[in-house]
Design a protein around this ligand. Structure first.
Ligand code: GLA
Length: 730
């Protein structure tokens, strides 16, 4: 039973295989945090109480001698003497915002209830326990439920919060975070993933300092800028050792993740919807649910933290229909043709795709609207452009299916071009502020997904195409962020709900489409990886990692992405050389090897391949089919960081039973004098023996991990790469 309650000490203990998380209800019915870290036995933690008041300027709570400023609080609230960032701030009908919640009851149940209207991890009765602690602010009548799920097979605990208005007046939630974690001490490094278009999820690590350190988005998207992920790791933590707390937010809109080191040296980490542009009005009897935050802890380093996220997301976030299922190897026409294609061209690409062993054709941007020959128009007009697809979509799909390929289409369902029939008919359907001009971005505006009529329209358009073309897949793109936040339908007092209502609207559309078409594979996308988050991943089990398809730069991007997200989440394509984003030339082999680190596909004009390249595709497809399970379900070990070593990088995937491993080695820039390319593997069984596909020799696991694989036996060129498969020899 992962969650228990000790009535005498009023202590909750949440256990996962290797971690414990402890909460206590203390005098005054305050809910305090006691411990989060490596697993400990059930024990008396009263010695951890801190009752000393630091003196002036630190008010006591009204009924006790305790100053909340020196307590580790489970869910700190605003205005009652804890001057750190609060997780909850409710403005009552009297205009004041003091919020004071006290424990009233709790319940523990098996499994994990769904979060209403929101994506989240899931678990059945044998996989997790859930604790719900209810606390009440008597003054406002707000009933707050703190929800915790502890997983039986993963060192992960999820958090969420519900706030119910039991009064008959309106309450305004000005901030309602999903989690707070008060850690004793501040000897941690803060790791986050920053980026921009074509350079997503770059890991950055810096020591915590007094005051606040944060990442956020106010773009109404998780964004290219900062992924909703933060890790606090001990300063000495490496891939293989040290403490690592990782927090990931299962949300695709505005977020704030902040670590605050207070003047007493404690650290508070909070995660939730960004209070900027957010206030939620809660009417009588209404309830608000804050999105889920996932907490992972490992004392075996940053690598193990990532592997816990990978296993959790592979098994308990990915849609059941796609769990453990190989995704089709696809050919996407975008970098092959851009907007310049017709039905004949697509069929000739499809024929090549079939001959080469690929499994799906994805028709990207440009198939719809009156004249979508560039990005200036047509978004919202989801009807086929018969000047390009002269045979019609149904017939094109029929021919592709007849070849034995699956078929997928690109949509940008949240957008509207000012030059479109849809905009002519419904100029008020986009986000806008009456009397102000909209700021265009990529010549487009954003549809108001807080509106039910807009969402219904989009579902109808997409449904008819899914049915007409019997689509197996859609690429769901999102190519701008939001400005002029305003909805034509919301009354003024509710306009500050728009940012969250938009995201709920997006989830509603995805949920309803998938309820109608459960086997549809959605690939998320946002100008590459601009909305690569666990919220999208719940609906779209794979996400286009970046518009940067340069194999060498992709090593960095995929490496950073792997801090949180599994290989099965990352779409990766082999594209043309010289690369369209960087003009760098890279061998066909390396482009394939790097792309095989995710959901493999091609994005170039297959008709232009040379005979040698065609043969290479066939053998890449065979390799991918052979290694895909190991890559996507095995344990990832990041062996040489491309950020630390700008010459080469290495990573490996190890099967859960340690019977095989796949090493990938990629040379970004050769160093001709380097005689010591010894790559130490990790995660193997030291007492097992492994056959190397490189030289046919057998090596002990201990040797491969401690002395390493000798890769100095050959000369490398810039951009060279290799994979070596190690299989157990009994
Ligand atoms: C975005 C996507 C690309 C492609 C284009 C089409 O940039 O990231 O992969 O689909 O849109 O316009």
């Amino acid at each position: 039973m992962p969650i228990s309650f000790d009535t005498k000490s009023r202590t909750f203990k949440l256990d996962t295989p290797n971690t414990s998380y402890i909460i206590e209800v203390i005098d005054g019915d305050y809910i305090v945090h006691r411990y989060y870290g490596a697993k400990i036995p059930d024990c008396d933690l009263s010695y951890m109480h801190y009752d000393r008041n630091p003196g002036s300027f630190f008010p006591n709570s009204p009924e006790t001698n305790i100053s909340l400023a020196t307590q580790q609080l489970e869910y700190p609230t605003h205005g009652i003497g804890d001057f750190r960032t609060s997780a909850l701030m409710i403005r009552g009908a009297d205009g004041t915002a003091t919020t004071d919640i006290r424990y009233t009851s709790h319940k523990i149940c098996k499994g994990k209830p769904r979060l209403s209207g929101l994506p989240s991890t899931y678990a059945d009765e044998n996989e997790a326990d859930t604790l719900e602690i209810t606390a009440v602010d008597k003054h406002t009548g707000a009933e707050v439920t703190l929800v915790y799920t502890a997983f039986a097979n993963h060192d992960a605990i999820t958090r969420s919060v519900r706030v119910k208005n039991t009064s008959d007046k309106v309450l305004e939630l000005e901030r309602v975070f999903s989690m707070a974690l008060d850690l004793p001490g501040h000897d941690y490094d803060f790791i986050h993933l920053w980026g921009h278009w074509a350079k997503e999820r770059t890991p950055e690590r810096s020591p915590l300092h007094h005051g606040k350190q944060s990442v956020e988005s106010v773009r109404v998207s998780s964004s290219h800028d900062h992924n909703p992920f933060v890790a606090l790791v001990s300063p000495e933590a490496t891939e293989e050792a040290g403490d690592a707390y990782g927090i990931n937010f299962v949300y695709s809109g505005n977020f704030l993740m902040e670590a605050e080191v207070d003047v007493f040296g404690g650290t508070r980490l909070i995660t939730g919807i960004n209070p900027t542009d957010f206030t939620w009005r809660l009417g009588k009897g209404e309830e608000f649910t804050a999105p889920e935050a996932v907490m992972v802890y490992s004392n075996k380093g940053i690598g193990e933290m990532s592997r816990i996220f990978h296993r959790l997301y592979t098994n308990n976030l990915c849609r059941k229909e796609w769990k453990g299922k190989k995704r089709p190897i696809l050919i996407n026409n975008w970098e092959g043709t851009y907007f310049d294609f017709d039905d004949e061209k697509l069929i000739s690409i499809a024929k090549d795709a079939k001959e080469l062993g690929l499994e799906m054709l994805v028709l990207d941007d440009g198939w719809f609207g009156e004249n979508r020959n560039d990005d200036t128009q047509g978004l919202g007009d989801w009807f086929v452009n018969e000047k390009k697809i002269r045979c019609g979509m149904k017939e094109l799909a029929r021919q592709i299916h007849a070849l034995g390929l699956k078929f997928g289409l690109w949509f940008e369902p949240e957008m509207i071009s000012p030059i479109s029939k849809l905009y002519d008919a419904h100029p008020d359907w986009c986000l806008h502020v009456k009397g102000r001009k909209c700021s265009p971005s990529r010549n487009q505006y954003v549809l108001d997904y807080s509106r039910a009529d807009v969402r219904d329209y989009i579902i109808d358009c997409m449904s008819s195409l899914i049915e007409e073309a019997e689509l197996e897949y859609i690429k769901w793109d999102f190519n701008r962020n939001m400005t002029e936040l305003g909805s034509a339908l919301l009354p003024p007092e509710n306009q500050k709900e728009l940012t969250h209502r938009y995201v709920l609207g997006l989830y509603d559309v995805m949920e309803r489409l998938l309820a109608k078409y459960p086997n549809l594979l959605i690939e998320g996308c946002s100008g590459g990886g601009g909305r690569f988050d666990a919220g999208i991943l719940y609906y779209a089990p794979q996400i286009w990692t970046s518009d940067d398809t340069d194999a060498i730069e992709r090593i960095d991007i995929q490496y950073g992405t792997s801090y949180v997200y599994p290989a099965s989440a990352m779409s990766a394509h082999l594209s043309a050389s010289p690369n369209h984003q960087t003009q760098r030339s890279t061998s066909f082999k390396t482009r394939g090897i790097v792309a095989m680190g995710g959901n493999f596909g091609y994005e170039l004009d297959l008709n232009k391949l040379t005979p040698d390249e065609r043969e290479a595709v066939k053998s890449q497809v065979a390799d991918y089919n052979k290694y895909q399970k190991l890559v996507q379900e095995g344990d990832l070990y990041r062996l040489v960081s491309p950020y630390k070593n700008r010459m080469y990088s290495a990573w490996s995937y190890v099967a859960a039973d340690k019977s095989e491993a796949l090493l990938t080695f990629a040379v970004m820039r050769r160093e001709i004098y380097d005689r010591y390319y010894f790559i130490k593997l990790a995660g193997l069984a030291p007492d097992k023996y492994y056959l190397s596909s490189e030289d046919g020799k057998v090596y002990s696991g201990a040797l491969l991990m401690n002395a390493g694989v000798n890769l100095a036996k050959r000369d490398y060129t810039d951009g060279d790469s290799l994979i070596i498969h190690f299989t157990e020899v009994k």
